[in-house]
Design a protein around this ligand. Structure first.
Ligand code: COA
Length: 373
């Protein structure tokens, strides 16, 4: 593509393709509004079960409904665990996202009579498949879900084989709530396009998982940890970043297509890591301190190297630190993101269906004119 075509593509960015009640991203002010709440009013403040009610029903649920949502998610976990044999081919994939994509396809999630139940059945099943995938790859038997546990606690139990502390459960809840939705991102747009054709929820979600599996969408937290590993100590941050920039490489976890200030999710995730600090192992406390130092150096050096670009920490920066503190393997980072974002996809699919309209954007033709006859 030549430069002028790139400019055409840039000019087409940011066009409005749908009305939505799900979320609003203000990249200049650094705000993310989720269903009428600032992200910081929800993440760390409400449980994932409550957030399910908010996204599927439009309002934070009363205690009784929250309990019913918890029971529906738990029933979905149990059903998915009992049916692991049905998706065992998918769980043999080498990549967690490929495993989830295959499992959703083989499982089938559409229940036309009750779309809310269908969404909870999907969202409940995802961590069962991702944790079973991880454990089986590592020669361990999958751990059965505990139907009485909160969804985030059970996610960690199914992975590690023992129940997490309350602080760790809260931290995973904060993460799952923070990343449910984020405007018309690539995977959400994918889900809406598929849904707009009248296709079923299984098709919309498998397509969205495919979109999320790409490294430009769901893939940066692993490389952020690689960067922190490579830097090792705050004293080395400046020199390391200098070398990367001199070689034309990007600093992972910095910069965003929409945000021109610090991503508001970085702050809530940082707060979530600090919430477990009381019981952090020395390693995680050091990691957090290193992350703070690297972020400060990276921000200053990017400002000098790319003046006016406003490259700041994005969601992936502290996602990496948080998920590592919860002892999630890097191979499950994208799948954990998916376990939350799937709720957003379902809400968008239902919203799109309610419009009854096919999404059919146009492309601007920039090819050669037809030869004269
Ligand atoms: N490190 C170094 N330079 C960066 C950078 C980063 N993290 N992010 C952007 N830039 C530079 C680009 O090289 C470009 O420089 P140029 O104008 O001299 O060519 C300029 O800033 C603008 O980059 P552009 O590619 O137009 O920004 P974008 O909006 O397309 O990119 C990202 C957004 C997120 C893809 C980009 O910031 C990036 O690659 N970040 C690192 C990966 C990451 O953290 N991804 C997770 C995103 S949630």
């Amino acid at each position: 593509m030549d430069k002028s075509q790139n400019n055409v593509a840039a000019g087409l960015e940011g066009i409005v393709v749908a009305n939505t009640q799900m979320s609003m991203v203000d990249g200049q002010a650094g705000r993310l509004v989720l269903r009428g709440y600032e992200v910081g009013q929800l993440s760390g403040e409400v449980s994932f079960e409550q957030a399910c009610g908010l996204f599927l029903d439009g309002a934070l649920p009363p205690a009784k409904d929250t309990e019913a949502i918890g029971q529906a998610l738990a029933a979905a976990r149990v059903e998915a665990f009992d049916g692991l044999d049905q998706v065992k081919g998918a769980l043999k994939q080498d990549d967690a996202m490929a495993a989830l994509r295959g499992a959703v396809g083989q499982w089938g999630i559409e229940d036309p009579s009750d779309r809310r139940a269908a969404a909870l059945r999907l969202v409940g099943a995802l961590p069962v498949w991702s944790t079973a995938w991880w454990r089986m790859r590592n020669g361990q038997a999958p751990v059965a879900p505990d139907a009485r546990a909160a969804h985030s606690a059970d996610t960690l139990t199914m992975l590690h084989g023992c129940a997490p502390s309350a602080a760790k459960r809260r931290a995973l809840d904060a993460y799952l709530v923070a990343v449910i939705d984020h405007g018309m991102n690539a995977s959400t747009f994918t889900a809406r396009v598929v849904a707009s054709t009248g296709a079923d929820l299984t098709s919309a979600v498998t397509a969205a998982i495919g979109a999320l599996s790409g490294p430009l969408h769901g893939g940066a937290p692993g490389p952020v940890l690689d960067m922190l590993d490579a830097i090792g100590h705050a004293d080395r941050a400046q020199a390391w970043i200098e070398t990367e920039l001199a070689q034309g490489r990007r600093i992972m976890g910095m910069g965003h297509r929409v945000y021109k200030v610090r991503d508001p999710r970085a702050a809530v995730l940082e707060r979530a890591v600090e919430g477990i600090e009381g019981e952090l192992t020395g390693k995680t406390a050091q990691r957090l301190a290193l992350a703070h130092a690297v972020e400060a150096h990276a921000q200053a050096m990017l400002e000098a190297a790319k003046p006016g670009r406003k490259l700041r920490a994005n969601v992936e920066f502290y996602t990496a630190v948080l998920l590592e503190a919860l002892e999630l393997p890097r191979e499950l980072f994208a799948a954990t993101f998916c376990a939350s974002r799937a709720l957003g996809w379902c809400a968008h699919v239902f919203e799109q269906r309610d419009t009854g309209r096919l999404l059919r954007p146009r492309a601007r033709y920039v090819g050669p004119a037809p030869k004269a006859a």
